[in-house]
Design a protein around this ligand. Structure first.
Ligand code: GLC
Length: 521
């Protein structure tokens, strides 16, 4: 069989919606609560779609809302084809799909292929007896190897008293790993994809997409000996086969349904392989920038690496600075709002599809969560705090106290407060998204680094005649950055320079978006 066509070079005309899109991640527990139980829900999302529309995002990824005992906040699924009562009903999911589409927003659901909940009927059967027809749906062994689980869960193997074997779980013991080498599992999980595709979702974010394929010999791994969980580096050929199968399911549907994978290996070189030859992921997360401190050398290295490796393979990058698993980037940058503004400029002007994690458009920091209120066994509560909608407490969360405390400065950073404030972070994100939407160079253009002082990241985006330059000064003092030609400031992280000619200076920790001086004002 001839190999499928490779993805077109990024300079070719691009029609694929996801390449020009900005995706907004909703963490449903903390987005908006319609039923007043203190936990966000699907109706809450529907009621607050205006916020995403006003922001100017094109698509939404919703973290899991399926039936779950919530050992891992919904990433432990006990029924893939139903909604957990915490979040609502299937009818609410249908309504959300409909409402999002009515507003021109695409909707991606989370697909969790690596594991289910231990309460899933498949696992309940699998652990019932060794000769149960579903025994091989999960991974059972007589002897454990040295593989470590993530989320501080210790060994990746749990002993099952009843049947006298160990089962594998790369995450919590309540999240047994599915056996993707067993054809009925593949068929059943493809059925899950079709269930949601038939209901109209525009694609999926695939949870730990690099984990489904495992070493069939179960060899010990030296990195596990050193205490690292296998999920941080597992990178087996079989995961690619699993992804090719998933891609075939999705490609059978019209309207370009899309797969974006969480390949949670901190190596861009490995990440690139998960695009296959245009037959695996459409896009993959690439997390080195999400770990990066506020440091021009680290960012420059990450960006150059992406450009070098992804351009060579003609694959489309993504950019992510925050999500529900990591400390928010403003907190990571020492709490600095100024840096967070510059980071937003970076996120939204690099070549690739940006993902915004709910609340970063408000400049939120992680919440301080008292030990008694901790929920997540993986210690990730801080970035999962509820979104403050209104200035006055309880910030739009009428009813029971929210499941986690609010982030710092919730009133001043609320949507309501920032809507009234022309220079707020929210207005800054809106301006950036507006600019991006109107500018082919920013959405689809090529990327070229420009020379400058080492503390400044300067680059040009170009698409035909359309051009923009971005300068970001990481230093705490102003620097001269000479640019060829005449430029005008379109957007600046601090007010006062917009619409003026660029004078060759970038102020301390300032970011500038420049357009040719001869162009439209
Ligand atoms: C992914 C999710 C994370 C979850 C884990 C196990 O990394 O983003 O929240 O705990 O997978 O499903």
């Amino acid at each position: 069989m001839p190999p499928p066509e490779p993805e077109p070079a990024p300079t070719a005309p691009l029609t694929r919606w996801w390449r020009g899109a900005v995706v907004y991640q909703i963490y449903p527990r903390s987005y908006a609560d319609a039923n007043g139980d203190g936990i966000g829900d699907l109706r809450g999302i529907c009621e607050r779609l205006d916020h995403i529309q006003a922001l100017g995002a094109d698509a939404i990824w919703v973290s899991p809302v399926f039936r779950s005992p919530m050992a891992d906040a919904g990433y432990d699924i006990s029924d893939h084809c139903d909604i957990d009562p915490l979040f609502g009903t299937l009818a609410d999911a249908d309504h959300l799909i409909h409402e999002a589409h009515a507003r021109g927003l695409r909707l991606l659901f989370d697909f969790v292929p690596n594991h289910t909940s231990d309460q899933h009927p498949w696992f309940v059967e699998s652990r019932a007896s060794r000769d149960n027809p579903r025994r091989d749906w999960y991974i059972w062994r007589d002897e454990p190897n040295n593989w470590r689980a993530a989320l501080g869960a210790g060994s990746a193997w749990t002993w099952d008293e009843l049947t006298g074997q160990y089962y594998l779980h790369l995450f919590l013991s309540q999240q047994p790993d599915l056996n993707w080498r067993h054809p009925p599992v593949v068929e059943a999980m493809h059925g899950v994809l079709r269930f949601w595709l038939d209901r109209g979702v525009d694609g999926f974010r695939i949870d730990v997409a690099h984990c489904t394929g495992k070493d069939a010999c179960f060899a010990d791994h030296p990195r596990c000996l050193a205490g690292e969980p296998l999920s941080s580096f597992n990178d087996h050929e079989h995961s690619h086969e699993v992804l090719r199968g998933i891609r075939r399911v999705v490609d059978a549907y019209a309207d370009e349904r899309v797969l974006v994978g969480e390949v949670n290996i901190r190596s861009t070189e490995s990440v690139v392989r998960y695009y296959g030859i245009g037959d695996e992921l459409h896009m993959s997360f690439n997390f080195p920038p999400l770990d990066a401190p506020w440091d021009p050398v680290v960012f420059r290295t990450c960006i150059r690496e992406v450009e070098r490796l992804m351009r060579a393979e003609h694959v489309w990058p993504t950019w992510v600075l925050s999500n529900h698993d990591n400390v928010r980037h403003r907190s990571r940058y020492g709490g600095s709002m100024r840096r967070a503004r510059a980071a937003a400029l970076l996120l939204l002007t690099l070549r690739g599809t940006p993902f915004i994690y709910q609340g970063e458009e408000l400049g939120l920091e992680d919440a301080a969560v008292h030990p008694e209120r901790r929920v997540d066994p993986g210690g990730r509560d801080g970035c999962r705090a509820p979104l403050p909608w209104r200035r006055a407490a309880p910030h739009g969360w009428a009813g029971a106290e929210p499941w986690l405390p609010f982030p710092p400065d919730a009133g001043a950073l609320s949507v309501q407060a920032q809507e009234a404030e022309p220079d707020s972070m929210l207005q800054w994100y809106r301006a950036l998204l507006r600019e991006r939407r109107a500018c082919a160079a920013l959405r689809l253009g090529d990327w070229e680094e420009l020379p400058g002082p080492p503390e400044v990241l300067a680059y040009r985006r170009r698409h035909g005649e359309d051009e923009r330059v971005v300068c970001i000064n990481f230093a705490a003092h102003a620097l001269l950055v000479e640019l060829p030609g005449a430029w005008r400031v379109r957007l600046a992280t601090q007010p006062g320079r917009e619409g003026r000619d660029y004078d060759g200076t970038v102020h301390e920790e300032q970011g500038l978006l420049l357009a040719p001086a001869g162009g439209a004002p």
